[in-house]
Design a protein around this ligand. Structure first.
Ligand code: ATP
Ligand code: MG
Length: 508
């Protein structure tokens, strides 16, 4: 029924957007049973290349060959017809529909116009057990964690009969454990004869999963190498053109005043069960507290409740000494909170708004951006231009719709906006998720600078190395509770790993 792809080639692909040469004479190839990793800095052109393969964009020049034959791919339907499936960097699921409905959406139904959801659910269950992708077909998408939504996207592509799978940063949203399982899954699918194209910024994953690596830089192929013949260090150098060193916190823990305090906070999840069960926490000025834990243990709800996006059902939250329990998000932002949400595209920005509009989103009604009811265009443009350049946001211009920026650049934009508002407390959910290694270094420098400047920083991460490098204190969450809050000096990967699994070792 579907083409089995033994060999896929993209030759001499060039794609220009207004003001950007996103792909410049790019050639890649992948064979059945092989995992090709695409690597490159934010904005290097990876997603664009894959969108061309999936028929979402037409290249200005170049050709695509499947099993040696030149093909025209004018739409995702054409791509799927050829056996090319894609899981996007930003999910494309409809939140108000169930998993089964999302998977069946746009697919011809065996029973004609009547959608046979039972059959769809059955097939989903088969796929999920064949590949170890746990999903519940009856659950609504809005109830799912980001990691679960990711699995639904993969099931959806497989359901549609994809032979070749393109995965655009699939592990960016998975926990370390899930990511390891996922890599085993990819190897397994490749071993069964699928070609796979895998995009990731995590070099250790690229080393573990791929057979070959193509590195893009500024839209061009910088190198194509066999994974066995390279190293993470060399890959990093090929990507950014310089050596990188991890950022590590220096200096003593803060003994400044408490800027954020949670007292026995209880919160319900979307499913109605308690997501936070009596969380208490103090954050001081000039301090970084890292929240570790397997995702889905209340971290999302913790950041949401602090920023006012979720109701406190019991307990109290104080920001800079003021009670902000159940205040509105606006009131809380005005009290001095900076917030970098988990869902950058939809919660962090308004995709159809321009870059400058998103940059001033929080403060557009205040001086210097507004006088009485009039926006001060010149002031806004000057401020936006300097943010864009200081934070290295790659964009053709200030008037570009934000949804067109690459994933990493949207993240830089949010960071620029939130940090320069000089909040008292900055709450960041997975601040480096989806960032390339150069940008990661940059964000870490910015968070450490924020700490130096007396900001209290609370950040959530699944990356233990990041947590250990940045945090003054580490808090581990498990099933909606703080298992333990410990000084970074006492935290190591083993201790944190046990706490993350819900095991509390008493000091003897
Ligand atoms: N629809 C579009 N219109 C205009 N410019 C675009 C569009 N899509 C992508 N671009 C630009 O093309 C360049 C490459 O973007 P792309 O999304 O392919 O990067 P990427 O390598 O996937 O980056 P990331 O790692 O951040 O996801 C960027 O400068 C981006 O702003
Ligand atoms: Mg991308």
């Amino acid at each position: 029924m579907f083409t089995e792809i033994k060999h896929l080639e993209m030759r001499g692909i060039t794609k220009r957007f207004p003001g950007v040469l996103a792909n410049d004479d790019v050639s890649i190839e992948v064979r059945a049973g092989e995992v090709l990793a695409l690597l490159g800095e934010n904005g290097a052109g990876k997603t664009t290349l894959m969108n061309i393969l999936y028929g979402l964009y037409q290249p200005d020049s170049g050709e695509i060959r499947v099993n040696g034959r030149a093909v025209a791919i004018n739409s995702p339907r054409d791509a799927l017809g050829l056996g090319i499936g894609m899981v996007h960097q930003h999910f494309m699921l409809v939140p108000t529909l169930t998993v089964a409905e999302n998977v069946a959406l746009g697919m011809p139904s065996p029973k004609g116009p009547v959608l046979d959801l039972k059959a769809v659910s059955e097939k989903i269950k088969q796929i999920s057990s064949a590949y170890g992708l746990a999903v519940n077909p009856e659950a609504y998408v809005w109830q799912l964690s980001v990691g679960e939504q990711q699995r639904v996207e993969i099931v959806k592509a497989l359901y549609r009969g994809a032979s070749l799978l393109v995965l655009d940063e699939p592990t960016a949203v998975l926990t370390p454990q899930e990511a390891n399982e996922f890599i085993a899954l990819l190897r397994n699918m490749a071993a069964q004869g699928r070609p796979i194209i895998f995009i990731s910024h995590k070099l250790n994953e690229v080393m573990a999963v791929s057979d070959r690596v193509t590195v893009l830089r500024d839209g061009k192929v910088a190198a194509s190498v066999k994974t066995m013949e390279t190293s993470p260090r060399e890959l990093a150098r090929m990507m950014v053109g310089r050596e990188l060193a991890p950022c590590v916190r220096e200096g003593k823990c803060s003994s400044g005043k408490v800027v954020l305090e949670l007292k026995d906070v209880w919160v319900s999840s979307d499913k109605g069960s308690p997501a936070l069960r009596g969380v208490s926490l103090e954050l001081r000025e000039g301090e970084i507290v890292g929240i570790a834990g397997v995702s889905g243990n209340g971290q999302k709800e913790l950041t949401e409740v602090i920023s006012g996006l979720r109701k406190v059902t019991r307990g109290q939250i104080l920001l800079n000494g003021k009670d902000i329990t159940n205040s509105t998000p606006d009131q809380i932002l005005n009290q001095g909170l900076g917030y970098i949400p988990e869902d950058r595209l939809h919660v962090g920005t308004i995709p159809s708004f321009t870059v400058w509009e998103n940059l001033v989103l929080r403060d557009h009604h205040q001086p210097p951006y507004a006088k009485s009811i009039f926006l001060q265009n010149q002031a806004i443009r000057t401020a936006s231009a300097s943010l864009v350049s200081n934070y290295g946001v790659k964009t053709p211009g200030l008037d570009t719709p934000t949804g067109r920026l690459s994933g990493g650049n949207i993240q830089r934009l949010i960071l620029a906006r939130e940090i320069t508002r000089c909040p008292v407390v900055l709450v960041a959910a997975y601040p480096i998720r989806g960032l390339d290694i150069g940008a990661t270094e940059y964000v870490h420098t910015k968070l450490l600078e924020a700490r130096e400047n007396g900001m209290g920083v609370l950040f959530v991460s699944e990356d233990l190395e990041e947590i250990l490098n940045l945090s003054d204190r580490v808090a581990v969450m498990y099933e909606g509770r703080m298992m333990k809050i410990l000084p970074a000096e006492e935290a190591d990967e083993r201790a944190l790993g046990l706490l993350m699994a819900g095991i509390c070792e008493e000091a003897s």
